[in-house]
Design a protein around this ligand. Structure first.
Ligand SMILES: [Fe+2]
Ligand SMILES: [Fe+2]
Length: 165
């Protein structure tokens, strides 16, 4: 009898905890998503600017093919910026014109490392963003972010290959 009472009490406690967890589940708001996408947008602008500058500055015969690739990346980052700006506007937000920090160097491998760091950060951010868009029930946004994520992963691989990683 005592055991049964204990079990019943345990069941009730678990029920209470579950109710509490469901009630307090932190779901992201549309406004928070707009802010995050605007931060991503500042980084897409910055990546495009950085790639254009780096592509012009790269030296060394062994870096000729990545030099061409950096220009492709620059154009793709602009494409990502266009998509993000459209998505922000369609969520009811105001797309930013702020540009995040750009990194420069006079050394080619150093430039490529700077670019790679940006890409790895982008991959991390867009993985989070895809999950957040899903949580928000914004499936069109989720699909758009997945497409961007796939390209950022490719960009990272291009740079890793050029750096012999
Ligand atoms: Fe991008
Ligand atoms: Fe990229």
């Amino acid at each position: 009898m005592v055991e049964r009472g204990k079990l019943e009490l345990r069941r009730k406690i678990i029920q209470c905890v579950n109710k509490y967890l469901i009630f307090n589940k932190k779901t992201m708001t549309k406004e928070e998503m707009i802010d995050l996408l605007n931060k991503d947008l500042t980084k897409e602008y910055a990546a495009a600017v950085q790639y254009i500058q780096h592509a012009a500055k790269v030296t060394g015969a062994q870096y000729q093919s990545i030099q061409k690739e950096l220009i492709v990346h620059a154009n793709e980052e602009i494409g990502h910026a266009v998509i993000l700006a459209e998505q922000i506007a369609s969520l009811g937000g105001d797309p930013t014109i702020e540009v995040d920090k750009r990194y420069v160097s006079d050394d080619t491998p150093e430039m490529l490392k700077q670019d790679l760091e940006g890409e790895l950060d982008a991959v991390k951010r867009y993985k989070e963003r895809v999950a957040q868009a899903n949580e928000l029930g914004e499936y069109g946004l989720k699909r758009a972010l997945e497409d961007i994520l796939i390209m950022e992963e490719e960009h990272a691989r291009d740079l890793q290959a050029a750096l012999g990683m």
